[in-house]
Design a protein around this ligand. Sequence first.
Ligand SMILES: Cc1cc2nc3c(=O)[nH]c(=O)nc-3n(C[C@H](O)[C@H](O)[C@H](O)COP(=O)(O)OP(=O)(O)OC[C@H]3O[C@@H](n4cnc5c(N)ncnc54)[C@H](O)[C@@H]3O)c2cc1C
Length: 377
Amino acid sequence: MSSDRHVVVVGAGPGGLAAAARLRDRGGGRVAVTLIAPGLRATFLGGTLDVALGDQEPTAFSAPVDMAGVRCIDAAVSAVAPDGVALGDDRIAADAVIAAPGLVVDANSMPSWSRVVAAWDPYGARRLRERALGLRAGRVLVAITAVPYRCPPAPLALAVGLAGRHLEARHAVRVTVATPEAVPLAGVGGEAPAFVSDACAAAGVTLERGFVPDLQASADGVLRATDGREIPYDGAFLVPAHRRAACLEGLPGTGPLVAVGERGSVDGSPLYVVGDAAGTGLPRAAGFASGAAVAAADGALESLGIAPAPPPPALEASCFMFHHGRAISRIGVRYTGDGPSVRIDGPSRDLWPARTGELRRFLEAAGAPGSGVTAAG
Ligand SMILES: Cc1cc2nc3c(=O)[nH]c(=O)nc-3n(C[C@H](O)[C@H](O)[C@H](O)COP(=O)(O)OP(=O)(O)OC[C@H]3O[C@@H](n4cnc5c(N)ncnc54)[C@H](O)[C@@H]3O)c2cc1C
Protein backbone atom coordinates (compact mmCIF):
# COMPACT_ATOMS: atom_id res chain seq x y z
CA MET A 1 0.00 0.00 0.00
CA SER A 2 1.44 3.36 -0.99
CA SER A 3 -0.97 5.48 1.07
CA ASP A 4 0.29 7.36 4.14
CA ARG A 5 -2.20 5.84 6.53
CA HIS A 6 -4.17 2.65 6.96
CA VAL A 7 -7.64 2.18 8.47
CA VAL A 8 -9.19 -1.24 9.06
CA VAL A 9 -12.98 -1.63 9.02
CA VAL A 10 -14.52 -4.71 10.65
CA GLY A 11 -17.83 -5.98 9.24
CA ALA A 12 -19.83 -5.64 6.02
CA GLY A 13 -23.19 -4.56 7.39
CA PRO A 14 -24.61 -1.06 6.96
CA GLY A 15 -22.05 0.26 9.47
CA GLY A 16 -18.92 -1.28 7.97
CA LEU A 17 -19.90 -0.57 4.36
CA ALA A 18 -20.67 3.08 5.11
CA ALA A 19 -17.41 3.54 7.04
CA ALA A 20 -15.29 2.00 4.28
CA ALA A 21 -16.95 4.09 1.56
CA ARG A 22 -16.59 7.30 3.56
CA LEU A 23 -12.89 6.68 4.29
CA ARG A 24 -12.22 5.93 0.63
CA ASP A 25 -14.22 8.88 -0.68
CA ARG A 26 -12.85 11.50 1.72
CA GLY A 27 -9.37 10.07 2.17
CA GLY A 28 -8.07 11.76 -0.97
CA GLY A 29 -5.87 8.76 -1.81
CA ARG A 30 -3.91 9.21 1.43
CA VAL A 31 -5.69 6.43 3.33
CA ALA A 32 -5.59 2.74 2.50
CA VAL A 33 -8.84 1.11 3.58
CA THR A 34 -9.16 -2.58 4.44
CA LEU A 35 -12.57 -4.12 5.09
CA ILE A 36 -12.73 -7.51 6.79
CA ALA A 37 -15.83 -9.72 6.98
CA PRO A 38 -16.31 -13.49 7.12
CA GLY A 39 -17.34 -14.91 3.77
CA LEU A 40 -17.26 -11.37 2.33
CA ARG A 41 -21.02 -11.33 2.04
CA ALA A 42 -23.31 -8.46 2.96
CA THR A 43 -26.77 -9.40 4.24
CA PHE A 44 -29.77 -7.06 4.50
CA LEU A 45 -31.31 -8.25 7.76
CA GLY A 46 -34.59 -6.44 7.11
CA GLY A 47 -35.28 -9.14 4.49
CA THR A 48 -36.02 -11.51 7.38
CA LEU A 49 -39.63 -10.38 7.28
CA ASP A 50 -40.05 -10.75 3.50
CA VAL A 51 -38.69 -14.29 3.72
CA ALA A 52 -40.84 -15.20 6.71
CA LEU A 53 -43.94 -13.96 4.88
CA GLY A 54 -43.10 -16.01 1.79
CA ASP A 55 -42.43 -13.06 -0.52
CA GLN A 56 -38.71 -13.62 -1.20
CA GLU A 57 -35.88 -16.11 -0.75
CA PRO A 58 -32.93 -15.33 1.55
CA THR A 59 -30.55 -15.03 -1.41
CA ALA A 60 -32.41 -11.87 -2.53
CA PHE A 61 -30.97 -10.10 0.51
CA SER A 62 -27.34 -11.08 0.27
CA ALA A 63 -24.53 -10.06 -2.06
CA PRO A 64 -20.76 -10.57 -2.31
CA VAL A 65 -18.66 -7.68 -1.04
CA ASP A 66 -16.38 -6.18 -3.66
CA MET A 67 -15.89 -2.46 -3.07
CA ALA A 68 -13.80 -0.51 -5.56
CA GLY A 69 -10.83 1.18 -3.90
CA VAL A 70 -11.10 -0.94 -0.74
CA ARG A 71 -9.04 -4.03 0.04
CA CYS A 72 -11.59 -6.67 1.07
CA ILE A 73 -10.46 -9.64 3.16
CA ASP A 74 -12.49 -12.77 3.87
CA ALA A 75 -11.78 -13.43 7.56
CA ALA A 76 -13.20 -13.20 11.07
CA VAL A 77 -11.40 -10.71 13.30
CA SER A 78 -10.63 -12.22 16.71
CA ALA A 79 -9.75 -8.98 18.55
CA VAL A 80 -9.72 -5.26 17.87
CA ALA A 81 -7.41 -2.54 19.24
CA PRO A 82 -6.70 1.11 18.36
CA ASP A 83 -3.56 0.06 16.44
CA GLY A 84 -4.89 -2.91 14.50
CA VAL A 85 -6.82 -6.16 14.54
CA ALA A 86 -5.99 -9.78 15.25
CA LEU A 87 -6.94 -12.63 12.92
CA GLY A 88 -6.09 -15.56 15.16
CA ASP A 89 -2.28 -15.66 15.25
CA ASP A 90 -1.97 -13.02 12.50
CA ARG A 91 -2.20 -9.28 12.99
CA ILE A 92 -3.01 -6.39 10.68
CA ALA A 93 -1.60 -3.07 11.89
CA ALA A 94 -3.61 0.10 11.37
CA ASP A 95 -3.61 3.77 12.32
CA ALA A 96 -7.31 3.55 13.19
CA VAL A 97 -9.93 0.80 13.41
CA ILE A 98 -13.68 1.10 12.89
CA ALA A 99 -15.49 -1.98 14.18
CA ALA A 100 -19.08 -2.73 13.15
CA PRO A 101 -19.52 -6.46 13.78
CA GLY A 102 -23.16 -6.12 14.79
CA LEU A 103 -24.57 -8.39 17.49
CA VAL A 104 -24.41 -12.16 17.76
CA VAL A 105 -27.82 -13.82 17.79
CA ASP A 106 -27.43 -16.50 20.41
CA ALA A 107 -29.57 -19.20 18.78
CA ASN A 108 -27.50 -21.97 20.40
CA SER A 109 -28.71 -20.91 23.83
CA MET A 110 -32.30 -21.63 22.80
CA PRO A 111 -34.08 -24.93 23.41
CA SER A 112 -34.42 -27.09 20.28
CA TRP A 113 -38.17 -27.67 20.38
CA SER A 114 -39.92 -29.07 17.33
CA ARG A 115 -42.54 -26.30 17.18
CA VAL A 116 -40.04 -23.48 17.61
CA VAL A 117 -37.78 -21.62 15.23
CA ALA A 118 -35.20 -19.52 17.09
CA ALA A 119 -33.49 -17.11 14.71
CA TRP A 120 -33.47 -13.47 13.62
CA ASP A 121 -32.10 -13.43 10.08
CA PRO A 122 -33.36 -14.24 6.55
CA TYR A 123 -32.13 -17.84 6.60
CA GLY A 124 -33.81 -18.61 9.92
CA ALA A 125 -36.96 -16.93 8.62
CA ARG A 126 -37.19 -19.53 5.89
CA ARG A 127 -37.65 -22.24 8.52
CA LEU A 128 -40.28 -20.10 10.26
CA ARG A 129 -42.30 -19.75 7.12
CA GLU A 130 -42.53 -23.53 6.75
CA ARG A 131 -43.66 -23.78 10.37
CA ALA A 132 -45.96 -20.74 10.68
CA LEU A 133 -47.48 -20.27 7.22
CA GLY A 134 -48.04 -24.01 6.82
CA LEU A 135 -50.64 -24.05 9.60
CA ARG A 136 -54.30 -24.03 8.56
CA ALA A 137 -55.56 -23.55 12.09
CA GLY A 138 -54.08 -22.98 15.52
CA ARG A 139 -51.89 -20.50 17.35
CA VAL A 140 -48.72 -18.80 16.14
CA LEU A 141 -46.46 -16.97 18.57
CA VAL A 142 -43.74 -14.41 17.87
CA ALA A 143 -41.78 -13.74 21.06
CA ILE A 144 -38.85 -11.49 21.90
CA THR A 145 -36.82 -13.34 24.54
CA ALA A 146 -34.54 -10.47 25.68
CA VAL A 147 -33.64 -6.83 25.09
CA PRO A 148 -31.84 -5.26 23.31
CA TYR A 149 -32.77 -6.86 20.00
CA ARG A 150 -32.45 -5.66 16.44
CA CYS A 151 -35.07 -3.34 14.95
CA PRO A 152 -37.72 -2.60 17.61
CA PRO A 153 -40.83 -2.79 15.37
CA ALA A 154 -39.75 -5.87 13.40
CA PRO A 155 -41.21 -8.64 15.63
CA LEU A 156 -44.53 -6.79 15.79
CA ALA A 157 -44.38 -6.20 12.04
CA LEU A 158 -43.81 -9.92 11.57
CA ALA A 159 -46.80 -10.83 13.76
CA VAL A 160 -49.08 -8.38 11.93
CA GLY A 161 -47.81 -9.66 8.57
CA LEU A 162 -48.39 -13.31 9.51
CA ALA A 163 -51.93 -12.49 10.69
CA GLY A 164 -52.63 -10.80 7.36
CA ARG A 165 -51.37 -13.75 5.34
CA HIS A 166 -53.49 -16.22 7.31
CA LEU A 167 -56.52 -13.95 6.94
CA GLU A 168 -56.02 -13.81 3.16
CA ALA A 169 -55.78 -17.61 3.07
CA ARG A 170 -58.92 -17.92 5.28
CA HIS A 171 -57.00 -19.91 7.87
CA ALA A 172 -58.25 -20.11 11.45
CA VAL A 173 -54.90 -19.05 12.84
CA ARG A 174 -54.53 -16.65 15.79
CA VAL A 175 -51.27 -14.73 16.17
CA THR A 176 -49.78 -13.49 19.44
CA VAL A 177 -46.68 -11.32 19.85
CA ALA A 178 -44.95 -11.16 23.23
CA THR A 179 -42.37 -8.61 24.35
CA PRO A 180 -40.50 -8.13 27.62
CA GLU A 181 -40.97 -4.37 27.21
CA ALA A 182 -43.74 -2.73 29.22
CA VAL A 183 -44.41 -0.46 26.24
CA PRO A 184 -43.16 -1.64 22.84
CA LEU A 185 -41.08 1.01 21.08
CA ALA A 186 -41.02 3.27 24.15
CA GLY A 187 -37.37 3.95 23.28
CA VAL A 188 -38.38 5.19 19.82
CA GLY A 189 -40.95 7.54 21.27
CA GLY A 190 -43.44 9.86 19.57
CA GLU A 191 -46.44 8.13 18.05
CA ALA A 192 -44.53 4.88 17.43
CA PRO A 193 -45.72 2.94 20.54
CA ALA A 194 -49.39 3.74 19.88
CA PHE A 195 -49.03 3.05 16.17
CA VAL A 196 -47.62 -0.47 16.56
CA SER A 197 -50.12 -1.35 19.31
CA ASP A 198 -52.99 -0.14 17.11
CA ALA A 199 -51.61 -2.09 14.13
CA CYS A 200 -51.61 -5.28 16.22
CA ALA A 201 -55.19 -4.65 17.37
CA ALA A 202 -56.38 -3.91 13.82
CA ALA A 203 -54.84 -7.17 12.58
CA GLY A 204 -56.36 -9.19 15.41
CA VAL A 205 -52.91 -9.87 16.90
CA THR A 206 -52.80 -10.30 20.67
CA LEU A 207 -50.00 -8.19 22.14
CA GLU A 208 -48.54 -9.46 25.44
CA ARG A 209 -46.50 -6.71 27.11
CA GLY A 210 -43.99 -7.15 29.94
CA PHE A 211 -43.73 -10.85 29.07
CA VAL A 212 -40.26 -11.98 30.20
CA PRO A 213 -39.87 -15.58 28.99
CA ASP A 214 -38.68 -18.20 31.44
CA LEU A 215 -37.25 -20.74 29.03
CA GLN A 216 -36.36 -23.22 31.79
CA ALA A 217 -40.00 -23.35 32.90
CA SER A 218 -41.34 -23.51 29.32
CA ALA A 219 -41.95 -26.51 27.12
CA ASP A 220 -42.53 -27.28 23.45
CA GLY A 221 -46.00 -25.84 22.89
CA VAL A 222 -46.20 -23.39 25.78
CA LEU A 223 -44.07 -20.35 26.61
CA ARG A 224 -44.12 -19.31 30.26
CA ALA A 225 -43.15 -15.93 31.65
CA THR A 226 -41.30 -15.27 34.90
CA ASP A 227 -44.57 -13.83 36.29
CA GLY A 228 -46.39 -17.13 35.62
CA ARG A 229 -48.28 -16.13 32.46
CA GLU A 230 -48.46 -18.82 29.76
CA ILE A 231 -48.89 -18.61 25.99
CA PRO A 232 -49.76 -21.90 24.26
CA TYR A 233 -48.74 -22.20 20.59
CA ASP A 234 -48.65 -24.59 17.67
CA GLY A 235 -45.74 -22.79 16.00
CA ALA A 236 -43.45 -20.16 17.51
CA PHE A 237 -40.73 -17.81 16.31
CA LEU A 238 -38.45 -16.81 19.16
CA VAL A 239 -36.10 -13.86 18.75
CA PRO A 240 -33.04 -15.09 20.70
CA ALA A 241 -30.99 -12.97 23.09
CA HIS A 242 -28.29 -10.91 21.38
CA ARG A 243 -24.74 -10.95 22.73
CA ARG A 244 -21.50 -9.13 22.05
CA ALA A 245 -19.26 -10.24 19.18
CA ALA A 246 -16.23 -12.12 20.50
CA CYS A 247 -13.84 -9.63 18.87
CA LEU A 248 -15.22 -6.88 21.16
CA GLU A 249 -14.81 -8.84 24.42
CA GLY A 250 -12.87 -6.86 26.99
CA LEU A 251 -13.95 -3.46 25.69
CA PRO A 252 -15.81 -1.20 28.16
CA GLY A 253 -19.56 -1.48 28.65
CA THR A 254 -21.79 -4.09 30.20
CA GLY A 255 -23.80 -6.70 28.34
CA PRO A 256 -23.80 -6.85 24.56
CA LEU A 257 -23.13 -3.15 23.94
CA VAL A 258 -19.74 -1.41 23.96
CA ALA A 259 -19.57 1.93 25.78
CA VAL A 260 -18.55 4.57 23.27
CA GLY A 261 -17.87 8.29 23.30
CA GLU A 262 -17.89 10.95 20.62
CA ARG A 263 -18.20 9.54 17.08
CA GLY A 264 -18.08 6.00 18.49
CA SER A 265 -14.56 6.33 19.87
CA VAL A 266 -13.63 3.87 22.64
CA ASP A 267 -11.92 5.77 25.48
CA GLY A 268 -11.01 8.62 23.11
CA SER A 269 -8.73 6.30 21.06
CA PRO A 270 -8.66 5.74 17.28
CA LEU A 271 -10.70 2.57 17.86
CA TYR A 272 -14.32 3.27 16.96
CA VAL A 273 -17.28 0.93 17.55
CA VAL A 274 -20.42 1.75 15.56
CA GLY A 275 -23.75 0.23 14.58
CA ASP A 276 -25.68 -2.35 16.56
CA ALA A 277 -22.67 -3.12 18.78
CA ALA A 278 -22.39 0.44 20.11
CA GLY A 279 -24.10 1.56 23.32
CA THR A 280 -25.44 4.84 22.01
CA GLY A 281 -28.98 4.75 23.40
CA LEU A 282 -30.31 4.55 19.82
CA PRO A 283 -32.53 1.70 18.62
CA ARG A 284 -30.75 -1.01 16.56
CA ALA A 285 -31.48 0.12 12.99
CA ALA A 286 -29.55 0.22 9.72
CA GLY A 287 -29.81 3.96 9.15
CA PHE A 288 -28.36 4.68 12.58
CA ALA A 289 -25.51 2.22 11.94
CA SER A 290 -24.53 3.84 8.64
CA GLY A 291 -24.89 7.41 9.97
CA ALA A 292 -22.74 6.66 13.01
CA ALA A 293 -20.19 4.97 10.74
CA VAL A 294 -19.90 8.11 8.59
CA ALA A 295 -19.33 10.19 11.74
CA ALA A 296 -16.66 7.72 12.93
CA ALA A 297 -14.90 7.71 9.56
CA ASP A 298 -14.81 11.50 9.60
CA GLY A 299 -13.43 11.40 13.14
CA ALA A 300 -10.72 8.93 12.10
CA LEU A 301 -9.71 11.06 9.11
CA GLU A 302 -9.43 14.12 11.34
CA SER A 303 -7.40 12.26 13.98
CA LEU A 304 -5.02 11.12 11.22
CA GLY A 305 -4.58 14.68 9.99
CA ILE A 306 -6.18 13.88 6.61
CA ALA A 307 -9.33 16.06 6.63
CA PRO A 308 -11.21 18.12 9.22
CA ALA A 309 -14.39 16.40 10.40
CA PRO A 310 -17.68 18.04 9.43
CA PRO A 311 -20.45 17.96 12.06
CA PRO A 312 -21.90 14.44 12.48
CA PRO A 313 -24.83 13.84 10.10
CA ALA A 314 -28.41 13.70 11.40
CA LEU A 315 -29.20 10.07 12.14
CA GLU A 316 -32.22 8.68 10.30
CA ALA A 317 -33.74 5.22 10.07
CA SER A 318 -36.89 3.69 8.62
CA CYS A 319 -38.57 0.49 9.75
CA PHE A 320 -41.58 -1.03 8.03
CA MET A 321 -44.78 -2.77 9.14
CA PHE A 322 -46.52 -5.31 6.87
CA HIS A 323 -50.30 -5.01 6.78
CA HIS A 324 -53.27 -6.85 5.34
CA GLY A 325 -53.65 -6.44 1.56
CA ARG A 326 -49.87 -6.12 0.95
CA ALA A 327 -49.84 -2.55 2.25
CA ILE A 328 -46.84 -1.43 4.28
CA SER A 329 -46.28 1.46 6.64
CA ARG A 330 -43.07 3.23 7.55
CA ILE A 331 -41.91 4.36 10.97
CA GLY A 332 -39.24 6.98 10.32
CA VAL A 333 -37.06 8.29 13.14
CA ARG A 334 -34.65 11.19 12.85
CA TYR A 335 -32.25 12.33 15.56
CA THR A 336 -30.78 15.81 15.33
CA GLY A 337 -29.20 18.06 17.94
CA ASP A 338 -32.78 18.97 18.96
CA GLY A 339 -33.64 15.33 19.83
CA PRO A 340 -35.69 12.62 18.10
CA SER A 341 -38.66 13.12 15.80
CA VAL A 342 -40.92 10.31 14.61
CA ARG A 343 -42.83 10.27 11.33
CA ILE A 344 -45.33 7.59 10.34
CA ASP A 345 -46.42 6.99 6.73
CA GLY A 346 -49.06 4.59 5.46
CA PRO A 347 -50.29 1.88 5.42
CA SER A 348 -50.06 2.03 1.63
CA ARG A 349 -48.90 -0.13 -1.24
CA ASP A 350 -47.20 2.99 -2.62
CA LEU A 351 -44.44 2.66 -0.03
CA TRP A 352 -42.97 -0.50 -1.59
CA PRO A 353 -40.54 1.39 -3.86
CA ALA A 354 -39.14 3.20 -0.81
CA ARG A 355 -38.42 -0.07 0.92
CA THR A 356 -37.05 -1.78 -2.17
CA GLY A 357 -34.83 1.26 -2.70
CA GLU A 358 -33.28 0.73 0.74
CA LEU A 359 -32.40 -2.84 -0.16
CA ARG A 360 -30.99 -1.83 -3.55
CA ARG A 361 -28.80 0.88 -2.01
CA PHE A 362 -27.48 -1.57 0.58
CA LEU A 363 -26.54 -4.20 -2.00
CA GLU A 364 -24.98 -1.57 -4.24
CA ALA A 365 -22.92 -0.27 -1.29
CA ALA A 366 -21.45 -3.78 -1.05
CA GLY A 367 -20.44 -3.48 -4.69
CA ALA A 368 -23.24 -5.53 -6.23
CA PRO A 369 -24.05 -3.96 -9.61
CA GLY A 370 -27.77 -3.07 -10.15
CA SER A 371 -29.71 -5.42 -7.88
CA GLY A 372 -32.64 -7.05 -9.63
CA VAL A 373 -34.83 -7.22 -6.53
CA THR A 374 -38.51 -6.63 -7.11
CA ALA A 375 -41.09 -5.21 -4.72
CA ALA A 376 -43.29 -7.77 -3.04
CA GLY A 377 -46.31 -5.48 -3.23
C1 LIG B 1 -35.41 -8.97 11.33
C2 LIG B 1 -34.74 -7.66 11.22
C3 LIG B 1 -35.38 -6.61 10.59
C4 LIG B 1 -34.78 -5.38 10.51
N1 LIG B 1 -35.43 -4.37 9.87
C5 LIG B 1 -34.85 -3.16 9.79
C6 LIG B 1 -35.50 -2.10 9.13
O1 LIG B 1 -36.60 -2.25 8.57
N2 LIG B 1 -34.90 -0.90 9.12
C7 LIG B 1 -33.68 -0.69 9.73
O2 LIG B 1 -33.16 0.42 9.69
N3 LIG B 1 -33.04 -1.67 10.37
C8 LIG B 1 -33.60 -2.90 10.41
N4 LIG B 1 -32.96 -3.90 11.07
C9 LIG B 1 -31.76 -3.61 11.84
C10 LIG B 1 -30.52 -3.51 10.98
O3 LIG B 1 -30.43 -4.63 10.13
C11 LIG B 1 -29.30 -3.41 11.87
O4 LIG B 1 -29.48 -2.35 12.77
C12 LIG B 1 -28.04 -3.19 11.05
O5 LIG B 1 -27.84 -4.27 10.18
C13 LIG B 1 -26.83 -3.02 11.94
O6 LIG B 1 -25.72 -2.81 11.14
P1 LIG B 1 -24.26 -3.20 11.64
O7 LIG B 1 -23.36 -2.79 10.54
O8 LIG B 1 -24.02 -2.64 12.99
O9 LIG B 1 -24.25 -4.77 11.84
P2 LIG B 1 -24.64 -6.00 10.89
O10 LIG B 1 -25.61 -5.60 9.84
O11 LIG B 1 -25.01 -7.10 11.80
O12 LIG B 1 -23.29 -6.37 10.16
C14 LIG B 1 -22.21 -6.93 10.87
C15 LIG B 1 -21.15 -7.40 9.89
O13 LIG B 1 -19.99 -7.73 10.64
C16 LIG B 1 -19.54 -9.02 10.25
N5 LIG B 1 -18.81 -9.59 11.38
C17 LIG B 1 -19.32 -10.09 12.51
N6 LIG B 1 -18.32 -10.52 13.30
C18 LIG B 1 -17.18 -10.28 12.64
C19 LIG B 1 -15.80 -10.51 12.94
N7 LIG B 1 -15.41 -11.08 14.07
N8 LIG B 1 -14.87 -10.15 12.03
C20 LIG B 1 -15.25 -9.56 10.87
N9 LIG B 1 -16.54 -9.32 10.54
C21 LIG B 1 -17.48 -9.67 11.42
C22 LIG B 1 -20.81 -9.75 9.86
O14 LIG B 1 -20.53 -10.87 9.05
C23 LIG B 1 -21.54 -8.64 9.10
O15 LIG B 1 -20.99 -8.53 7.81
C24 LIG B 1 -33.51 -5.17 11.10
C25 LIG B 1 -32.84 -6.23 11.71
C26 LIG B 1 -33.44 -7.47 11.76
C27 LIG B 1 -32.71 -8.61 12.41
